[in-house]
Write a protein that binds this ligand. Structure first.
Ligand SMILES: C[S@@+](CC[C@H](N)C(=O)[O-])C[C@H]1O[C@@H](n2cnc3c(N)ncnc32)[C@H](O)[C@@H]1O
Length: 204
């Protein structure tokens, strides 16, 4: 996707001074449109995302349009965290976004080892929206699986999860793992450019 494909979203959100865009790494416009529409419609107060960048900027701007909401972004790369923070500051969005440098640490879940974000500095609770666009898939098998088991206790009674790159076999498998563990979750799959998994989660 060329940067021109982001133009409608930039216009909608008033991001008129340029955006941090990297081909391959930035979320595609069709994924961004889904999460922005969700924020504008459902107005979550607490948003957590895994993997910062363009998503952070657009989610924070959507919070501004709502007049409330905060995006907590877990970012394992110190440089990427600094870049995202600079973009957030450039657009005056600091009150709506906290980018946490969260190095990957070993976590054992159900007897399997993963590298996943350090959540020590994450203060967010009652998470109404969880966006999963990291850690990168090449790091390990089922790289994004730990998000749900490790953040589950912090979710609001009703929470929606969006995961990018859900067309990949690895992500398809880990969605099945989540659904086994959370059978009450409702799963939607959007066959957009890279695939988007949506889980509607309700505490029972
Ligand atoms: C898919 S990217 C996240 C993109 C972000 N959500 C966005 O829409 O811009 C996942 C992670 O890859 C890493 N990353 C970002 N750009 C990268 C690049 N050009 N090369 C290598 N890793 C990168 C960062 O740690 C980032 O959190």
């Amino acid at each position: 996707m060329s940067i021109a494909g982001y133009q409608p979203l930039c216009a909608q959100l008033g991001l008129t001074q340029g955006i941090p865009y990297t081909p391959q790494w930035s979320a595609a416009p069709d994924f961004l449109q889904l999460i922005v529409d969700h924020v504008l419609t459902h107005q979550p107060h607490t948003i957590v995302e895994c993997g910062s960048g363009l998503t952070t900027l657009m989610l924070a701007r959507a919070c501004v349009l709502n007049g409330h909401g905060h995006v907590y972004s877990l970012e394992n790369g110190a440089d990427y965290a600094a870049n995202t923070r600079a973009e957030i500051a450039r657009y005056g969005l600091d009150a709506y976004s906290t980018v946490l440098h969260a190095p990957l640490l070993p976590h054992t879940i159900n007897g399997r080892d993963y590298q996943w974000y350090d959540t020590t500095a994450l203060t967010a609770h009652d998470i109404g929206l969880l966006i999963i666009d990291g850690p990168p898939g090449f790091l390990q098998h089922h790289s994004r699986y730990p998000a749900l088991p490790l953040l589950r206790e912090r979710l609001a009674p009703r929470c929606t999860l969006f995961m990018d790159d859900a067309a990949r076999p690895d992500e398809r498998e880990l969605v099945e793992m989540w659904l086994v563990e959370m059978p009450a979750a409702r799963h939607e799959y959007i066959a957009n450019e890279r695939g988007c998994a949506i889980l509607h989660l309700a505490k029972t």
